[in-house]
Ligand binder design. Structure first.
Ligand SMILES: Nc1ncnc2c1ncn2[C@@H]1O[C@H](COP(=O)(O)OP(=O)(O)O)[C@@H](O)[C@H]1O
Ligand SMILES: [Mg+2]
Length: 644
């Protein structure tokens, strides 16, 4: 079969199924359906909420490490509908869903605007887009046929019958017929509402069905017809002026009826323009463009904007009426660098991607982004804070007490509302790629690109200085330390075993020290004193000296004991600070050989062999290709292990 005829077959199938789902009937048929599934007459908030929930929810609970460390053990809901698309945003998503949930129960939230507030590139538009898509995937809604705003068929039922109806069906009817349908009911069906035809309508963003969008408008073109439609001048000749058939109900509130109305960068608009928002929420009515009565509106109103616009808007007290109608949800930037990496991966995968990304490239970029977003802490340095926010167990060099993430969070307010945006990073990735002759990006090239971009684009001198410091100093050092460990791993045979054995020894001796007991020698089986020199040789790697060692040893012993008691497995990576110490010790133990081997000039044959095998391991086990391995080894040789 040719491609075309195969495709056309698909087209036919598509049309068949599209036809199938369409219901056609009158009130009686609809009521029979309603009897079985009252949810078909649910209001917009509930439809949206149920649709998103239908993908499932899981909880990040105590047993999950990320939750345990970052959310302080509180149960965090993960909504499957969002989880593959949005990263490090659980808190904001939780608030959005809480809003929808209350609104779906017709709480006060159903009469409020949901405002997403956050810096540029924090994912507000993407989030709203994704929420709108949920509607597209939802089942078609029942509607009065031919209704320009696709209204609920139950509007046919007269007010006088509604109490009885609610009692019998358990469904509370809200809203009245729109002027167009009312006119049709009288003129075509002589007021017999049982005859009015009922059909189905699906949701479509592009088709403007159930999803209305209001872009920011400059004051001169702002026209309420964008919100509530207009009178069709060409029809004014055909019908009398107050005939609803002259109405062209194609404003955002008409289009978004039963679904979503989105206000993009909402406060860029003049305030007068937004008054419709008040009636739409307060009264669930919007004005009709002609001389008709108000039109019932049922929809989720989603708005988004950045902080500067919000502050300006908020400061004018004439805006109180609208402020009163707004539920604000902050959408800050992601502050966990490992989650931030996932954002870049998502965005990169979207473009046609056929280049090599060396290990740690996106990580370094993400670290920079997060560093720029964090507020200064009085308790720890920025890099340590960044790691704690990432859920790492870490202590600052020379410190022994771990700092609790909660304390850091409480220190500041509204974190993540400033700093480097996702787009800034993506631009640097593009730039570093187009500069590359080898079709790859590396931590080294991305850092160069970021430095260049900061110099070109960040005008605020303080911010610029800080950014440059992060890139040129903090991350330079951090990346070198990552790289040093990686190279060490790549040529220490049985790295893990060595680390594990250091770990076990350390624990044995530290525990004996803490409990004032002896250590059994594994070979001679003799009791001996804890080896103070050995313990210190590990501790000094992370700057623990003098009496600080007592606390450190006690902390580790009780930490490990608690873990074991919970039935968890412990290994050399279990306790962040000790892991760091062990790695640093291993790195130090091979410093000399690292230096000789990575410097190409001084290699002899045996060393050459060792070098090749190390480079090969980097490629086989650590995700490098030949070019990137070469580049990072050269970088290490020039920056680490300097001949002293
Ligand atoms: N936390 C996040 N998770 C996933 N993607 C994100 C996140 N933050 C930003 N993005 C992505 O970054 C890009 C820019 O976001 P956008 O929605 O345009 O931001 P905003 O509207 O807040 O200015 C989008 O492609 C979005 O998917
Ligand atoms: Mg946006």
């Amino acid at each position: 079969m040719s491609i075309t005829s195969k495709f056309l077959q698909g087209v036919r199938r598509h049309r068949e199924t599209a036809k199938q789902i369409k219901f056609k009937g009158c009130l009686e048929d609809y009521l029979k359906l309603l009897e079985k599934s009252p949810l078909i007459a649910c209001l917009a908030h509930k439809r949206l909420y149920n649709q998103i929930m239908s993908y499932g929810v899981t909880t990040l609970d105590e047993s999950n490490d990320r939750c345990h460390k970052l959310f302080d053990g509180e149960t965090v809901k993960i909504y499957n509908y969002f989880s593959n698309h949005f990263f490090g945003m659980e808190r904001s998503l939780g608030k959005v869903m809480r809003f929808l949930q209350s609104a779906s129960m017709r709480g006060e939230e159903s009469r409020q605007v949901l405002l997403l507030l956050g810096p540029v590139g924090a994912g507000k538009s993407a989030l709203v887009e994704h929420i709108k898509s949920a509607l597209e995937a939802s089942e078609a809604a029942y509607t009065l046929e031919g209704c320009p705003i696709r209204e609920e068929p139950l509007h046919l039922i007269p007010r006088s019958l509604r109490d009885e109806f609610a009692e019998q069906y358990g469904v509370k009817i809200e809203g009245d017929l729109c002027p167009v349908c009312r006119h049709r009911l009288l003129s075509e069906f002589d007021g017999d509402f049982t005859k009015f035809p009922i059909g189905q309508t699906s949701f479509s963003i592009r088709g403007r069905k159930g999803v209305g969008v209001v872009p920011p408008m400059d004051p001169n073109t702002q026209d309420t017809s964008l919100l509530i439609g207009s009178e069709d001048i060409s029809k004014l000749d055909l019908y009398p002026e107050d005939d609803p058939r002259v109405l062209s109900l194609n404003g955002a509130f008409n289009v978004g009826n039963r679904g979503i109305v989105e206000f993009v960068e909402v406060f860029k608009n003049e305030i007068e323009f937004l008054h419709t928002m008040i009636t739409a929420t307060q009264e669930k009515n919007v004005p009709s463009p002609g001389k008709q009565a108000m039109i019932y509106f049922d929809g989720v109103i989603l708005a988004h904007c950045n902080e500067a616009e919000w502050n300006k808007f908020k400061s004018e007290h004439t805006n109180e009426a609208i402020l009163d109608r707004i539920v604000r949800v902050n959408v800050p930037y992601c502050l966990e660098y490992e989650q931030e990496v996932k954002i870049y991966e998502k965005l990169i995968n979207r473009s046609d991607f056929d280049y090599h990304i060396a290990p740690h490239t996106l990580e370094v970029a993400a670290m920079f982004a997060v560093l720029s977003r964090l507020k200064v802490s009085n308790k720890v340095d920025p890099l340590t804070k960044m790691k704690i926010y990432n859920g790492e167990e870490i202590v600052e060099k020379g410190n022994i007490k771990k700092v609790d993430i909660k304390d850091l969070r409480e220190e500041v307010e509204d974190e993540g509302m400033t700093g480097i945006s996702t787009r800034f990073i993506m631009k640097a990735i593009d730039a570093s790629l187009s500069d590359s002759t080898k079709n790859m990006i590396t931590p080294i090239s991305i850092r160069d690109a970021l430095i260049k971009q900061v110099k070109e684009q960040i005008v605020n001198p303080e911010e610029r200085k800080l950014c440059l410091q992060f890139l040129q100093k903090t991350l330079h050092e951090e990346y070198l330390s990552i790289l040093e460990k990686e190279i060490t791993k790549a040529f220490v045979t049985a790295y893990d075993e060595q680390a594990e054995s250091l770990f076990n020894n350390y624990l044995d001796h530290a525990e004996a020290y803490v409990n004032n007991t002896k250590v059994k020698d594994k070979v001679t089986n003799e009791d001996m004193e804890p080896d103070e020199k050995f313990l210190q040789s590990i501790e000094e790697q992370i700057g623990i000296k003098g009496s600080a060692k007592n606390n450190f040893r006690a902390d580790i012993s009780s930490y490990m004991f608690a873990k074991l008691r919970r039935g968890e497995v412990i290994d050399w990576k279990s306790y962040g600070p000790l892991k760091e110490a062990i790695e640093t010790k291993l790195v130090a133990s091979v410093k000399d050989i690292s230096r000789i081997i990575t410097k190409s000039k001084s290699r002899d044959l045996k060393q050459q062999k060792k070098f090749s095998s190390m480079a090969q391991t980097l490629m086989d086990n650590y995700g490098y290709n030949e070019d990137s391995a070469e580049e990072v080894i050269k970088f290490a040789a020039n920056n680490l292990w300097r001949d002293s």
